[in-house]
Design a protein around this ligand. Sequence first.
Ligand SMILES: [Zn+2]
Length: 320
Amino acid sequence: MVNLTRRGLAASLAALPIVAAMPAPLRARSSGPLPRLPVTARLRIGRFEVTVISDGYIDFPFDFFTGVTPDQARAATAAVHAAGVNGVRGSFSTWLINDGERFILVDSGPAGTVSPTSGYLPGTLAALGIGPEDIDAVILTHAHIDHIGGMVAGGRNNYPNAEVFIDRRDVAAFTDPSIEARTPAITKSSFAAARQLVDLYPRLQRIDGEREIVKGVSVFDLSGHTPGQIGVRIEDGGESLELVSDMLFHPAAHPALPGFGIIFEMDKAAADATRARFFPQAAERGSLLAATHMPFPGVGRIVKDGDSLRWLPADWSYTD
Ligand SMILES: [Zn+2]
């Protein structure tokens, strides 16, 4: 018989092994396992509604970075409290543009391919009431698998009605067996994904240079990180947002250190040069930027800080 008086309970607990005396974790009384909450942020850029949707995240190991040793990467990120046990946390942000007539997806996330903590985009689209068949166009900023992995699953295209836009130089590079042959093993999955993309999307358009995709949505050159990386500029009514993909990885390094790169870059010199050119230009323009791997939602500006540059996250965008 359990003695429910205070004294009696204390006496009973004292007699139990210590592990049994630990309180049970608190649980909401009426719920089973909670569904994953969609990780989203929404901005209005003129007439456009732009929803940042995270496909998940990864902890980039310290030895993935170039321009620094793993120890330097660990020390530099530890100095600003950004060194995790397994590396540097990176988001996988994707963007859904609604222009009132069309849904345009920018990038499709890794979809579980390079990180088990990814693949959340389709569930979030469903939570927003958007099916894969509702996506009218997909713009792919470059052909790395963490940006194109979600285009194909189980040998089928995931966005059957979408016109797909990707730079011609990335399609050429990532379907070229001779380039693949001299590429580190870790990047080979991007080549396989690029070949599937070309095979399964007959409406894929290889694009060249700056062009408008729909009114107010245009692409611009950010080549360096890959031979054909592009950014997407959304512009209306005096407002603009530039989706700049992998131009910035983490505020612990970018924009202060343009030579901080990642091992997936085929041409490090070109990647470094593009960052070194872009960062001060973006600061000068005061552009509102969104970057894939920056801490979610990855929206902010590059600002001058004395002789250096730093990342300033944008205020949270309340759209009410
Ligand atoms: Zn990336």
